[in-house]
Design a protein around this ligand. Sequence first.
Ligand code: 6PG
Length: 249
Amino acid sequence: MSTSAEIRVFQDPSALFHAAAKEFSDQAQSAIREAGRFTVTLSGGSTPKSLYSLLATNADLPWDKVFFFFGDERHVPPDNPESNYRMARESLLAKVPVPPANVFRVQAENPDAAQAAASYEQALRDFFQTPVSGFPVIDLVLLGMGPDGHTASLFPGSQALGEKSRWVVSNWVEKFKTDRITLTLPVLNNAKTVMFLVSGKDKASVLKEVLEGTQPASQFPSKLIRAEHGRLIWMVDQPAARNLAGARP
Ligand code: 6PG
């Protein structure tokens, strides 16, 4: 577990999402002041929907200077109910004046998942203009965590956990019997800030293992997120934090 991790526990989901929305907005304003743009990778699943809906009410952000990417994507077309892009579009992207050119979705409709991953990596390389051997510095990486400790689409025991050079890979996820496309650890860990959003009592046991446990990180991939050059923030609510040492009884 990164020693520099910040763990912020909130009374309930509403407090968690309001604080996360403020963190997002503060970081965006700061990045835009300093560099003229803010780059963020969105996470999928259900937890971030409430954050995205809150962000959609923020009329003060210069949305034309925000550039959206995805930490991972299911191997489905963009209009599929499983699509992380569809969830983000419906809860946020269609509700704010962000230029379509600022939204970089994974073309997961491609029947060849590996090709979809490769073309997404090229799109990122074209945008970030990073030296071939380097990794992009994303301003904010949003992540969730599954009950099995996975994050993005980096699942326990996945080959993708060992990827050291590619930015985006596809990997077969046996439990879901499908391919998933995901940013790799070198990219996620190169971000300026990584912010986990974890809510609900069904995450309490896995959160305790990830933050305090000693089981192998390969079985709990969220343990492998370290934000090596930046901030790692865990935004969690009381129900999710209830098993942590020091948590209020
Ligand atoms: C996805 C996400 C994934 C998600 C976790 C938690 O594509 O599903 O990127 O990593 O963050 O599975 O999902 P919930 O927030 O729905 O619990």
